[in-house]
Design a protein around this ligand. Structure first.
Ligand SMILES: [Fe+2]
Length: 427
C-alpha cells in the first residue's frame, strides 16, 4: 500500500507537469456561492442551476426494471424521460432525493475542482414496467440533454455484450481512449449492455484526481449502460470516502447481498461481485454467501453459467500478491456450479490464464499507470504455465455471450485488439 501511495504521488506530480494551467492558484476555486456546501477554507461549491452535480448512471437492473441515479447539490426535480432506443413512446418517471451529510473533503490541489463536504442529494429514479432485452435512452427533467442509455436483462438465448474494466484513473490521461474504444459498439457490432467494474474506480492517491474531475471524465462509461462495480482498495483511501461515494452513490447495484458483494443476472448468466477488501476465506460471511448463492443460481431455470469478479487477483504474474489457496478452495464449487470466467483488477494491465477449466482474466488497464506483468514469472511456475497471454496496455475487455460460446476481446485505448478468445459453453 505504501508503494502504491508513493507511486501515486510521483505519478500525480508527473501529471501535474502535463496539465494545462487553470489560472492562478486558488483563483479557479473561488466561484459563485450557490449552495451551503463548502470546505473549511470557505470555498463555495459551484452548484449548477439544474442542481445536477455528478452523473447520471444506472444500476440494479433485471428484465423489467432499473435504477437511474445522480448526485445533486440542491433540491431539484427527480424525474427522467425514458424512450426505447429503437423508437417508441416516451414516458416520464418520478424518483426521489435523499439528503446526506457528506464529510469527505479533497481540496489540496488548487488547480483541480475540489470535493467539498456539505449536504448532497442522492437522486434515484426506479424505473419499472420495462420490456426485457430492450435498451432505452433517458434524459433528466432537471437538465435537458443530460442522460444516458440502459438495457434491461436479456431473455434466454438473446446474445449480448458486456464490458469489464478496472483501475480507472482518468487524471493520468488514458482512460478517455479506453472508454471511447469499448463503448462504440464496433468490436461486436453491438454496444455493451452494462459494465462490470473491477475496482479502484477513482484515485485520490494520484493526487490530481477528485470525484469532481472523475465524474465528468467517466461520463462515457456511465452513459453507455448500467455500472455494476466491485470494491477496490482505492475506494477506501480517505476518511469517509467509502460511505460518501461508493456506498451512497454506487451501493445497491445488484441483488441478494449487502453493499459490498451482490449478484445479478442477464440471459441466464449470473454475475457475482465480490469485495476483496473483506474476508473471503471459506468460513467468512462473504465466502459462505458466495458458495450458497452460486449453488442457488445454478439451480435456477434457464441457468447457463456464472461469472465471478473482484479486485485483488487470485492469479497474476505481476509483483503483487496472489491467492492460490482461494483458487484451490473455490475450484470444486466453481466446477460444480458452472463458473466459467473470473474477472480481476488491481494489476494495471491485461493477463489471461486458464487453470482447471476456469478462465481468469486480469483487466485492470483502465487508466492507472501500467505495471510490470512479468515480475513473478520466475517465482510462480504453476501460474506461469497457466498464463496464455498478457499485454502491458491500457484497455477494457468486451465479452459477447452467444448461444454456444462466450467470446472475449481485450481492446486497447487506440481501438486495436490485444487479445481474442472463446470459451466453449456447449449446449
Ligand atoms: Fe487496487
Amino acid at each position: 500500500m505504501r508503494a502504491i501511495l508513493f507511486g501515486g504521488l510521483i505519478l500525480g506530480l508527473a501529471v501535474a507537469a502535463a496539465l494545462p494551467s487553470c489560472g492562478e492558484a486558488g483563483e479557479a476555486l473561488v466561484r459563485g456561492a450557490a449552495s451551503a456546501n463548502g470546505g473549511e477554507s470557505g470555498i463555495a461549491l459551484d452548484c449548477p442551476a439544474s442542481g445536477v452535480l455528478h452523473g447520471p448512471w444506472s444500476l440494479h437492473f433485471d428484465e423489467t426494471s432499473i435504477r437511474v441515479r445522480w448526485d445533486a447539490c440542491k433540491k431539484s426535480p427527480a424525474a427522467i424521460t425514458v424512450t426505447p432506443e429503437r423508437g417508441g413512446a416516451s414516458r416520464t418517471v418520478e424518483g426521489e432525493q435523499t439528503a446526506s451529510e457528506v464529510l469527505t473533503s479533497y481540496d489540496v490541489v488548487k488547480t483541480i475542482a475540489p470535493d467539498l463536504p456539505g449536504t448532497y442529494y442522492r437522486t434515484e429514479v426506479a424505473v419499472t414496467g420495462l420490456a426485457p432485452s430492450t435498451c432505452y435512452r433517458y434524459e433528466l427533467t432537471a437538465e435537458k440533454g443530460r442522460g444516458g442509455r440502459f438495457c434491461t436483462a436479456r431473455t434466454l438465448g438473446d446474445p449480448f455484450v458486456f464490458l469489464a474494466i478496472g483501475d480507472t484513473n482518468p487524471a493520468v490521461g488514458d482512460t478517455d481512449g479506453v472508454l471511447a474504444s469499448v463503448t462504440d459498439g464496433k468490436t461486436f457490432g453491438q454496444k455493451p449492455d452494462f459494465s462490470v467494474h473491477l475496482g479502484d474506480m477513482q484515485y485520490y492517491d494520484s493526487v490530481f484526481e477528485s470525484y469532481a474531475t472523475w465524474f465528468p471524465a467517466m461520463a462515457p462509461l456511465f452513459e453507455a449502460g448500467a455500472l455494476e462495480p466491485s470494491v477496490g482498495n482505492h475506494e477506501l483511501e480517505r476518511a469517509h470516502e467509502f460511505e460518501d461515494y461508493y456506498k451512497r452513490l454506487f451501493g445497491g447495484a445488484g441483488f441478494d447481498g449487502p453493499v459490498e458483494y451482490y449478484r445479478f443476472e442477464s440471459g441466464g448468466v449470473w454475475f457475482f461481485s465480490l469485495d476483496t477488501e473483506l474476508e473471503l476465506t471459506p468460513s467468512s460471511a462473504q465466502g459462505t454467501w458466495l458458495e450458497a448463492q452460486l449453488a442457488d443460481a445454478a439451480a435456477k431455470p434457464g441457468f447457463r453459467f456464472s461469472v465471478v469478479y473482484f479486485h485483488k487477483p487470485w492469479i497474476t504474474l505481476a509483483a503483487y500478491p496472489h491467492f492460490p489457496e482461494l483458487r484451490k478452495h473455490y475450484l470444486p464449487s466453481f466446477q460444480k456450479y458452472g463458473v466459467r470466467l473470473v474477472l480481476q483488477g488491481h494489476i494495471h494491465g491485461y493477463e489471461r490464464f486458464i487453470e482447471n477449466g476456469i478462465t481468469y482474466v486480469v483487466s485492470g488497464g483502465g487508466g492507472a499507470a501500467l505495471h510490470d506483468l512479468d515480475a513473478s514469472v520466475a517465482t510462480r511456475p504453476d501460474e506461469a504455465k497457466a498464463r496464455i497471454f498478457r499485454a502491458k496496455r491500457y484497455h477494457g475487455t468486451l465479452f459477447q455471450v452467444q448461444t454456444d460460446r462466450l467470446d472475449g476481446r481485450a481492446i486497447a485505448n487506440d481501438g486495436s485488439e490485444l487479445d481474442a478468445f472463446s470459451i466453449d459453453l456447449g449446449k
